[in-house]
Design a protein around this ligand. Structure first.
Ligand code: FAD
Length: 461
């Protein structure tokens, strides 16, 4: 071997970060291996992004059909419509299976060597997998994250506390569920369960749900979910779960809510179990592996990408960080930037946001213009039968730099990519307005939002 090592790059963990990174390294001519302990596709494909979205699809379809009459779509007998959890689980499994086997095929086609088992560092250049040793010039740690079970919320007695993993595998629906945590995961499950007919209560420590989203939009989401029967307790400090009760403190009062099932969704924590990272001297920042802008750890030929570095726990961040690491290994100097990462929440309507919220922009001292366009004035949203929603655009006043875009409406998760491109190219609002949006689409509302931000008024409202 050129370098004297078995491989140029060994990636540890085959989640969306690890497997895409391994493929990229191989495509750039590096002799690459990937170590995976459990399943290809990691949390994302097996117990995260993909299974949740499969459940959400059914929940949306079910409630759309049931509510069709309310929207004036007549001629459908909705009285016999019901959800079959067994079939729903089968479909989820089949979607997951298709994607997971696809990942294995992709790795093989790109000539990435697959090493099955838990990877543990022996030294800076050696990893042990199933008692065999493999050496490499570079390593990329992509071992992901686990559910965080907060030690400050003790579980007492006969509780029925579950995590997102069990919530995805339910074969029967409970009558009531209490969700601890109003972040993306908690809110997506609140959406699924409420649309499937479960009575949902959400307990959130902060003043607002979905803290990464502009408050105007998260407020609209909350109102919409309340209309669907979800009960929210914000600024609620959960003390413990005792039997079927969640005990919490709100406004100085000790209160409790009863539920058949309690879903713990207060966050995730980096996973380095069994890796022996500390053993070879890799430095941590609290529980996560500390990295620089090239994703290098304190040992320069060992990189850490995805949830394990604790920066932004999203699948598309994980793979992008991986590309930054591979580029650096190949001699490039592209730095990871966290300012323009789209964040999507799969409700109905959907939420997608990128960049600063209005509050953040003001706190940073920007002089801003805000554009708003309500989905009510968008033809396609009316056609879809659901015109709840808003396009909110935040630009810098003088030069029209795009600071933040927050979308609430049908299909918006598929639209935020155009804003990511515009922001990456440092397009101004005026330049975005030169682009022609097709009619009739929800994307037209984005153009209108930019008009509102740049000229102070949109055309259709
Ligand atoms: P992971 O996906 O966690 O993969 C790590 C892999 O490493 C695993 O396969 C594990 O078995 C393996 N591994 C660990 N240790 C070792 C070892 N020592 N040796 C060998 N293998 C090892 N993100 C989004 O962007 N969009 C969404 O819609 C979304 N929805 C989500 C919904 C839920 C319910 C959850 C829980 C998460 C969701 N996420 C979503 C987050 C997303 O799943 C993660 O950000 C993403 O999976 C992180 O990818 P990763 O490659 O860093 O790690």
């Amino acid at each position: 071997e050129k370098s004297g090592y078995d491989y140029d790059v060994i990636v540890i963990g085959a989640g969306p970060g690890g497997y895409e990174t391994a493929i990229k390294a191989a495509q750039l001519g590096k002799k690459t291996a990937i170590v995976e302990a459990k399943h290809f596709g990691g949390v994302c494909l097996n117990e995260g992004c993909i299974p949740t979205k499969t459940l959400i699809r059914t929940a949306n379809l079910y409630s759309e059909v049931k509510e069709a009459e309310q929207f004036g779509v007549m001629g459908i007998d909705v009285s016999k419509v019901k959800v079959d959890m067994e079939k729903l689980q089968q479909r989820k499994q089949s979607v997951v299976h298709t994607l997971v086997s696809g990942v294995e095929g992709l790795l093989r086609r790109n000539k990435v060597t697959i090493l099955n088992g838990i990877g543990a560092f022996k030294d800076e250049h050696t990893v042990c997998v199933e008692e065999k040793e493999y050496t490499s010039e570079n390593f990329i740690i992509a071992t992901g994250s686990n559910v965080f079970m907060p030690p400050f919320i003790p579980l007492e007695g006969d509780t029925n506390v579950i995590t997102s993993k069990e919530a995805l595998d339910m074969k029967e629906l409970p009558k009531t569920i209490a969700i601890i945590g109003g972040g993306v995961i908690g809110i997506e499950f609140a959406h699924v369960f409420s649309h499937l007919g479960v009575k949902v209560t959400v307990l959130e420590l902060m003043e607002n749900i979905l803290p990464m989203v502009d408050e105007e939009v998260s407020g609209m989401v909350k109102t919409r979910m309340e209309k669907n029967g979800v009960v929210f307790y914000n600024s609620a400090k959960v003390q413990k779960v005792k039997d079927k009760s969640v005990m919490y403190e709100l406004d100085g009062k000790e209160l409790s809510v009863e539920a058949d099932v309690v879903l713990m969704a207060v966050g995730r924590v980096a996973n380095t179990e069994g890796l022996n990272a500390e053993g070879i001297g890799i430095e941590f920042d609290r529980k996560a592996i500390a990295v620089n802008d090239y994703m290098q750890t304190n040992i320069p030929h060992i990189y850490a990408i995805g949830d394990v570095n604790g920066k932004v726990m999203l699948a598309h961040t994980a793979s992008h960080e991986g590309f930054v690491a591979v580029e650096h290994i190949c001699g490039g100097h592209h730095q990871m930037s966290y300012e323009r990462i789209p964040s999507c929440i799969y409700l109905d309507p959907e939420v997608a946001s990128i960049g600063l919220t209005e509050k953040q922009a003001k706190e940073k001292g920007y002089d801003i213009n805000i554009g708003r366009f309500p989905m009510m004035a968008n033809g396609k949203s009316l056609v879809e039968g659901d015109s709840d929603g808003l396009v909110k655009i935040i630009i810098e006043k003088e030069l029209g730099e795009i600071l933040g875009v927050h979308l609430y409406g049908k299909h918006v998760t598929d639209m935020i990519g155009e804003i990511a491109v515009a922001m990456e190219l440092e397009a101004t609002a005026e330049e975005v307005l030169q682009a022609i949006h097709p009619h009739p689409t929800v994307s037209e509302a984005i153009g209108e939002g930019f008009m509102s931000a740049f000229y102070g008024k949109a055309i259709n409202c």
